[in-house]
Design a protein around this ligand. Sequence first.
Ligand code: 6PG
Length: 236
Amino acid sequence: MINQHIYKNGQELAAHFADFFLQQTKDKAVFHVALSGGSTPKILFDLLAKEYADRFEWSKIHFWWGDERCVPPTDEESNFKMTKELLIDKISMPSENIHRVLGENDPVKEALRYAEEIQATIPTKNDLPRFDLMILGMGPDGHTASIFPHQIELLHAKPICAVATHPESGQKRVTLTGATINNAAEIAFLVTGSNKKEKIHEIFNEEKDYKQYPAAHIQASDGNLSWYLDEAAAGK
Ligand code: 6PG
């Protein structure tokens, strides 16, 4: 089932998604969520820190990353650094619940290690790790996590994690691959900005080259997919 939610701006989107996120954690003893990087989640993390710090039971929530740049955790490019500064440092989450990709390590070895940590920690269903919630963004080129159009085959890669390369910068990334992303119980795209509206229109209307966009291939294989869009991304 695909749900589409359109909000005036990123702040309204984040407020509604935060309530959804909170609700999803209510009846769970342990909750595994994969976070995304980029700028859209910054609005959400800032809101969670400011208005939800005391509403979540952070001790039962585990943070993972759907993708991470292969840089040290102190690097400005690090998705972990962004999350730590905006959210983790402002909530009381046990350190053992924070499962960062070790971006400072060799990418190939880290992709293997992260996959092992996921498999050792997260329950499986359909012979794959099953995240309770997978938060994704979408780039202007239709990429999601760090699966870019030029490496769309990573959607179908057998390993749970793979090493990806940013098409412009060549930066190495560790990313979850398609099957694990699609196996999550709840998948939520958070997409803002008018630079996404063409791709959103093509994906939702299955027009032009939409199959070339990795985001178009994210379908909850055994769960729910929701798109949280601001009006700019929805082309309103
Ligand atoms: C990353 C993200 C990436 C992001 C998109 C959208 O590591 O950069 O995981 O996939 O979600 O690029 O980013 P914005 O929300 O900033 O547009």
